[in-house]
Design a protein around this ligand. Structure first.
Ligand code: IMP
Length: 191
């Protein structure tokens, strides 16, 4: 079965490919020759996931899904949230985003945060909204070389290392996209 994952992010495609059985071929936007950047004009993760999935469904008529994910920090009322990629500006710079988080949290004791993802799925003429969330806390130094984005400053609950230190094995079990992917697998396997 072929399924389009409406993203250009190679990290995410690789992450999800490891979670799906070989019988499901995950194709990225680059794989299907769609080089367009779909504008994420929504104000929630749910809206952005729908915008991207609907665009591909309408343009190509193929089964597909899109995700939108973000880091939500309790003491910042859920920021950076839907704006995680461009928190410090449109250049989407991870380093600058992390520095901005540290700046906003200066003097704040509550470092509780979570990654949240929403999948919007078009599959066999039905639509599904799937969610995944992993809780943890923010630290004030960068640790580890794995992962991407905010991984070096996020310590998942129950661990004493960051996602960037823990690497794929742990992230593939408890990560926000891994949890949403488990729900996706259930949908795909019931057909
Ligand atoms: P996206 O819109 O789903 O690509 O995610 C938006 C932004 O959220 C990314 O550019 C990252 O900054 C952040 N993000 C999402 N998922 C992760 C993750 O698994 N680790 C670290 N940062 C993430």
């Amino acid at each position: 079965m072929k399924l389009i994952f409406a993203t250009h992010n190679a990290h995410k495609v690789e992450e999800l490919n490891q979670l799906l059985p070989d019988s499901i071929a995950l194709l990225s936007l680059t794989d299907i020759g769609c080089n367009q950047e779909i504008k994420e004009t929504g104000t929630t993760l749910e809206e952005n996931a729908k915008i991207k999935a609907d665009f591909i469904r309408q343009k190509y008529g193929l089964d597909c899904f899109a995700d939108d994910s973000g880091l939500e920090i309790e003491a910042l009322s859920g920021a950076p949230g839907v704006y995680s990629a461009r928190y410090a500006g449109d250049q989407k710079n991870n380093e600058a985003n992390i520095k901005k988080v540290w700046g906003e949290l200066m003097g704040v004791k509550n470092t509780k945060a979570w990654f949240r993802t929403v999948f919007h799925v078009h599959f066999e003429n039905k639509e599904y909204i799937l969610k995944g969330q992993v809780e943890g806390s923010i630290i004030f130094e960068k640790r580890g070389n794995g992962g991407f984005g905010y991984d070096p400053i996020f310590v998942p609950k129950g661990y004493d290392k960051t996602f960037a230190e823990l690497g794929k094995e742990v992230k593939n079990k408890i990560g926000h996209r891994a949890l949403a992917t488990q729900s996706l697998l259930k949908i795909l396997s019931t057909q």
